[in-house]
Design a protein around this ligand. Structure first.
Ligand code: ATP
Ligand code: MG
Length: 393
């Protein structure tokens, strides 16, 4: 069956008054953006506090639902029949036809849930529930009513028009992108940072990303993997401006000048410093990383504190309390896992010390960094000014 419309459900918590309009407008904008990827024409409109997607041409149902499932802010997608207000007998007939088209199976349990928002309609919700229930039971001898745990619910909403639907497809949840500022994601080719980006984007935050590339120690293929990951995250968050920063000279210089057990931590401090510079130049008001407490030496509480020390912007670490398996589960769900496990080297793994410090002392680290004073500022400026920008969508 080709549905003409979809009812888009969204949570209204915290979306009262002026915020509600902002939320709805952002959501409608995001829906339109996501539907651009689908072959078909759609109108997205708001009517009496509800959002609808109406098909204006033929379209592929699965592709359309897949696109809508990636829009943050949507709690459910209901493919529906929308009919103009009509007399009651016609309504009953149309509902039964719709149920037959959607549910060819002979046996099922169901329940009818009518809602009469338009109190001028001459029949009450209870009467609609009873009559439509009767119609379905008569048409399907193998069906029965189950008010507690039915196989499906026949929703009939009498509003300006009448909406009828039985399928409620869960959406991504969260808040629409564009309702909560922009943040800079430190995106590596690993499992954790794409998940972290997804989680923050889900709260309505626009995402930019920075990747520290170390050619020739890291290959073009490793960079391509990061671009691929950014594209997957962008399929939810919308286009991502990816900053590729050449980190090789900075890494080599740290390697030459500093104790090797402090390499990772010092390197991470420079990543954060550069990420923050790029963030500020691009109107981002926070940084995002995929760090999780204790996962590796550079992610102990001591190390995180030492890295945070160089950041003026807040650093968001949404997977901070997750076990690896929990991050992996989410990576699988959002579709980044397969790409993340491709075996291309990461700059951190190449310059990693055998026994990195797990309890870095801030004073000691700062003293080691003094050894970089001759050239580091210039190297940082060069790294920033020679960045490559890749738009990922
Ligand atoms: P991930 O799976 O996200 O790579 P990880 O467990 O490998 O994380 P680390 O390598 O210690 O952890 O990196 C911690 C965080 O630092 C990453 O989640 C990411 O946000 C950032 N990061 C690490 N390497 C890079 C890089 N080359 N470019 C950009 N960000 C990076
Ligand atoms: Mg990594």
């Amino acid at each position: 069956m080709q549905y003409q419309s979809f009812l888009i459900k969204y949570a209204e918590i915290g979306t009262k008054g002026k915020n509600r309009y902002m939320f709805e407008d952002a959501l409608m904008h995001q829906i339109r953006e996501h539907l651009k990827r689908v072959d078909g024409e759609f109108a997205v409109l708001k009517e009496q506090g509800r959002i609808y997607v109406n098909a204006k041409s033929d379209y592929d149902f699965d592709e359309t639902v897949e696109a809508l499932k990636k829009v943050f802010g949507i709690t459910a997608i209901c493919p529906m029949m929308q009919i103009e207000k009509c007399d009651y007998e016609t309504l009953r007939k149309k509902v039964l036809e719709f149920v037959k088209a959607e549910h060819p199976e002979a046996e099922f349990s169901f329940k009818v849930k009518a809602r009469r928002a338009d109190k001028h309609y001459p029949v009450t919700s209870d009467t609609i529930n009873e009559d439509v229930g009767y119609d379905v039971l008569t048409a399907y001898p193998g069906s029965h009513v189950d008010v507690h745990d039915p196989d499906f619910i026949i929703y009939i909403e009498v509003r300006h028009n009448i909406n009828v639907f039985t399928r409620v497809i869960p959406g991504a949840g969260g808040m629409p992108i564009g309702t909560n500022g922009k943040a800079m994601l430190l995106l590596s080719g690993g499992i954790d940072s794409p998940v972290a980006g997804y989680m923050i984007a889900k709260r309505g935050v626009m995402i930019e990303a920075v990747y520290f590339h170390a050619p020739p120690y890291t290959s073009e293929r490793a960079k391509q993997k990061v671009v691929d990951l950014a594209r997957i995250v962008a399929s939810y968050s919308g286009v991502i401006k990816l900053h590729v920063v050449n980190f090789t000279d900075i890494q080599l210089y740290i390697y030459e000048q500093c104790p090797h057990d402090e390499l990772t931590i010092i390197m991470r401090r420079y990543m954060m410093r550069i990420a923050e510079r790029l963030a500020e130049a691009n109107d981002c008001i926070g940084l995002i990383t995929g760090e999780s407490i204790g996962q590796v030496a550079s992610q102990t509480m001591f190390s995180l504190r030492t890295t945070d020390e160089v950041c003026g912007l807040p650093v968001y670490r949404p997977v901070i309390g997750f076990d690896k398996q929990e991050i992996v589960d989410l990576a699988e769900k959002i579709g980044t896992f397969e790409t993340s496990i491709e075996p291309y080297e990461d700059c951190c793994t190449i310059f990693v010390a055998k026994h990195p410090v797990t309890k870095p002392n801030l004073k000691v680290i700062e003293r080691s960094e003094k050894k970089l004073s001759e050239k580091i500022d210039e190297l940082v400026e060069t790294a920033i000014s020679t960045e490559e920008v890749i738009w990922c969508s």
